[in-house]
Design a protein around this ligand. Structure first.
Ligand code: GAL
Length: 416
């Protein structure tokens, strides 16, 4: 306030400060509430503060973001949309289709986003030729996080096939620890199923979850995938039902459980707990999926605002998100990899370097698929129908995998 010198009264200064900080704030709706997620969120908040943009937090807890999307719908219906919203895949396209999202094309063009954001991501950042979201990362779901001491105790190597995986899980069970740290929530079971189905082959994954081909959804390979999922239930503890994903990560971190099948946001929890990849834990692709990647990208969509200052804050936030140095700093903490292809991998640990290399390889080989569990394979109605069948199957509600596959084909057909 030096600019205004001594002539400015305290009251005037207060009004000025209040209105300036209000106008330059962004209100951000997100579901990053676990320890690792919050640590990453702080990197974003600090980055924005450095650019002079204030932060009004609207956290809605719940992994995978279903609760956040419900809260968002209520806010928009009430005519009070937040400035910026963490969002995944088809949800972005749905809101863009409703005309609710601000057009970021001028910023994107000036900054050349189209040259550095991978095409697979651009498919969800753009709608009708306009940029409607800024991608902050690329996560992937086909990972397994293993406690290193628990793995060493089995005397077996990290598994690369389904049979090897079962052998490791059996040994862990014999050793008296919970083999699989798991949280019984539909989105978590769907996340595990991303890996299980991809382990049956990229063709099955694509035909079933992206093309929504009834024969693939209800066929013998999907039946086998469900049999595998049902088998995994035999490796969880009695208290798995309803457990949050980060508590399942904590079980692996503490050596209470042997491994967790989860997207690479789980690595954020290990890092937050001071654990080191290769020493304390091991990251592997879900057995049988090396060479393929099921991805999801967190993007920030900006909701239409009438106030020009709010619009400016949105542009400032979008620019801050797309800054290459920020993308490195943020993703190192989050467990994900950058949403730009021009960010060096130097700052990343071995799991992060592997994530970046796997993504590039899968992208070239045509084995990069949108995650069904995290809204990048099909619109929400189909995703939710899929969740219902997967969770019912995991909890033993079908006679066998074939019955579950038949139910899946039926549910997906009804949801379209
Ligand atoms: C995913 C999201 C990640 C992580 C995870 C668990 O959908 O992409 O950033 O937050 O949910 O909450």
């Amino acid at each position: 306030m030096r600019l205004f010198g001594r002539t400015m009264t305290a009251a005037a200064a207060l009004v000025m400060t209040t209105s300036i900080s209000f106008a330059e704030d962004v209100e951000v709706l997100h579901w990053w509430t676990s320890g690792g997620e919050a640590a990453a969120l702080n990197v974003l908040k600090d980055n924005l503060a450095g650019a002079g943009t204030g932060w009004v937090d609207m956290p809605v807890a719940g992994g995978g973001g279903e609760a956040a999307m419900t809260a968002l719908r209520a806010r928009v219906t009430a005519g009070d949309a937040p400035t910026a919203v963490q969002m995944l895949g088809f949800d972005i396209l749905d809101w863009a289709g409703e005309g609710a999202l601000a057009d970021l094309t001028a910023t994107a063009t000036a900054e050349g986003w189209d040259k550095v954001v991978p095409a697979a991501l651009q498919g969800f950042s753009t709608s009708d030729g306009k940029w409607v979201a800024a991608p902050v990362n690329v996560h992937s779901t086909n990972w397994v996080w293993i406690n290193k001491a628990a793995l060493d105790a089995t005397g077996l190597a990290a598994p690369t096939t389904w049979d090897e995986l079962v052998a490791v899980l059996d040994k862990m069970k014999e050793a008296g620890i919970t083999p699989l740290g798991h949280g019984g929530q539909p989105w978590q079971e769907a996340t595990v199923f991303d890996g299980v189905v991809l382990g049956m082959g990229g063709d099955l994954y694509k035909k079933a979850f992206i093309d929504l081909d009834p024969a693939a959804l209800g066929g013998p390979e999907m039946a086998e995938a469900f049999n595998r999922l049902i088998k995994l239930l035999t490796y969880v503890d009695d208290n798995f039902s309803g457990r949050d994903w980060n508590l399942a990560s904590a079980m692996v971190i503490n050596g209470e459980a042997g491994m967790q099948m989860m997207g690479d946001w789980a690595k954020g929890e290990f890092l937050k707990a001071g654990k080191v990849p290769g020493t304390d834990f091991v990251c592997i692709r879900f057995p049988g999926t090396q060479g393929s990647v099921t991805f999801n990208s967190d993007q920030f969509a900006m909701f239409n605002q009438a106030d020009p200052a709010a619009q400016e804050a949105q542009v400032a936030m979008a620019k801050a998100i797309m800054d290459p140095a920020f993308q490195s700093a943020f993703n190192v903490v989050k467990g994900s990899v950058p949403a730009r292809t021009d960010v060096p991998n130097d700052a990343f640990d071995d799991c992060g370097k592997k994530g970046m290399a796997d993504l590039a390889e899968a992208s070239t080989a045509g084995t990069l698929f949108g995650s069904m569990a995290h809204g990048h394979a099909a619109p929400a109605a189909v995703k939710n129908a899929t969740y219902d069948v997967i969770t019912a199957a995991f909890n033993g509600e079908y006679a066998d995998g074939a019955a579950a596959a038949a139910a899946l084909a039926e549910a997906v057909a009804a949801a379209q």
